[in-house]
Design a protein around this ligand. Structure first.
Ligand SMILES: Nc1ncnc2c1ncn2[C@@H]1O[C@H](COP(=O)(O)OS(=O)(=O)O)[C@@H](OP(=O)(O)O)[C@H]1O
Ligand SMILES: Nc1ncnc2c1ncn2[C@@H]1O[C@H](COP(=O)(O)OP(=O)(O)O)[C@@H](O)[C@H]1O
Length: 372
């Protein structure tokens, strides 16, 4: 028996099936035809006649009796009937969602994306749950504040459908759930207020000291939760066992980026201060974070001679003596950033450096202030 942990949008597919908005089966994408039918793609290697679907808490919620499969580069599509095993765990705004909401009066307007301004009129508005609870709560609050009726449509996964086709499908589901729509308004998906600050620089450049100062200043100036991903803690916990080869460093910084992006996705501020010596790993982190929030790269540009003169941990001396291999700046490369949002020079005290970063943030990534 094969088990599959549902993503938030796949969980929405089941919710739509329970509500009768989608048929209770998965179809292969190419044979789905015109009527909206959910598709399910599992990682390569999945096989078996029955797939058990697990929710976020790993509780089995449904089974798929697999009738057909199609294997592609990115995974295995499975088609078959879906049987629910138990009610799905409670969703946010349960009374506004297709299975349980009261019928709407009048033709609703569907809002895809999360535009700051509502469409004109007085009619009901259907907002889409994109899987981000905070964004959904904001969208519902905005509609209610305008005195309009609101309903929530869970966004289906429809992995293989993108762009206008996807919006068309979502529109059809909204009509099936809440009645014929009067309009569909599509706006850019607005990213949240989450932020990641990555301080990069040589060992001994001052990254950790400045990161701590910055965390303190930010905690006083924003209502957002501020998390400092301390370098030593990361190496002791998240990246325990990793060394300093190229592969290990890539994995280390990838893990930091993954955690930091999660924090940003949930509206928090993450500050991380690994050496992050390769341009490629910093670019990957920026790309990952910018899908969900803002990213600010700070180069702590203390020159090698200064770091080496500080040599608080005696590591440079050991690296020069050949006792430590692959030491950044000595026997391993440090790619000077060409895309830093802020550059800190060695003549700045840690406090001044933190103030410089704070000032830059107020321009490139303003945060909700503690007083507002
Ligand atoms: N070979 C080698 N090269 C560089 N640094 C080394 C090495 N071996 C151990 N150390 C110590 O580990 C700290 C750097 O770890 P990071 O996680 O920041 O590095 S990386 O981003 O994965 O490249 C770094 O700490 P900081 O001085 O705080 O930067 C060093 O003390
Ligand atoms: N702006 C600065 N001026 C002088 N010394 C500093 C400055 N920033 C950090 N230091 C000192 O340099 C040493 C290394 O700083 P640290 O923050 O641990 O660097 P990193 O995290 O980049 O390895 C510490 O002893 C720290 O007190």
């Amino acid at each position: 028996m094969t088990e599959h942990r549902l993503t938030p949008l796949e969980h929405h597919d089941l919710e739509l099936m329970v509500a009768g908005v989608l048929p209770a089966r998965f179809a292969l994408p190419e044979s789905a035809g015109d009527a909206p039918v959910a598709s399910l793609r599992l990682p390569v290697g999945y096989a078996g006649a029955v797939v058990t679907l697990l929710d976020r808490e790993a509780t089995p919620v449904a089974v798929v009796d697999v009738e057909r499969t199609a294997t592609g580069d990115e995974g295995v599509w499975v088609a078959g009937e879906v049987t629910m095993l138990r009610p799905l765990a409670t969703f946010d705004f349960a009374d506004l969602r297709p299975a349980d909401s009261a019928p709407v009066v009048g033709a609703p307007t569907l809002l895809i994306g999360d535009s700051a301004s509502l469409p004109e009129g007085t009619g009901p508005i259907v907002v889409v749950d994109h899987g981000d609870p905070r964004a959904l709560a904001d969208a519902v609050a905005r509609v209610r504040a305008a005195g309009r009726e609101v309903r929530v449509l869970p966004e289906p996964s429809f992995v293989s459908v993108t762009g206008d086709d996807r919006n068309l499908l979502i529109g059809r589901l909204a009509s099936a759930a809440f009645g014929e729509l009067s309009t569909v308004v599509v706006s850019e998906h607005r990213k949240g207020d989450g932020l990641v600050v990555l301080l990069t620089g040589l060992s001994g450049s001052g990254k950790s000291t400045i990161a701590k100062e910055l965390a303190q200043l930010l905690r006083r100036s924003t209502v957002q939760h501020v998390t400092l991903l301390d370098g030593d803690e990361v190496r002791a916990m998240l990246s325990k066992g990793l060394g300093f080869t190229r592969e290990d460093r890539l994995l280390n910084v990838q893990r930091i980026g993954w955690v930091a992006a999660l924090i940003a996705e949930h509206g928090g501020v993450a500050i991380a201060a690994p050496i992050a010596p390769y341009a490629e790993m910093r670019a990957e982190m920026r790309e990952r974070v910018e899908k969900v929030g803002r990213f600010v790269l700070v180069h702590v540009a203390t020159p090698l001679e200064v770091c080496e003169a500080r040599d608080r941990k005696g590591l440079y001396a050991k690296a020069r003596a050949g006792e430590i291999a692959n030491f950044t700046g000595i026997s391993d490369p440090y790619d000077e950033p060409t895309d830093a949002d802020v550059v800190i020079t060695e003549d700045q005290s840690p406090h001044d450096a933190a103030l410089t970063i704070l000032a830059a943030l107020s321009v490139v990534a303003p945060l909700p202030s503690a007083s507002s």
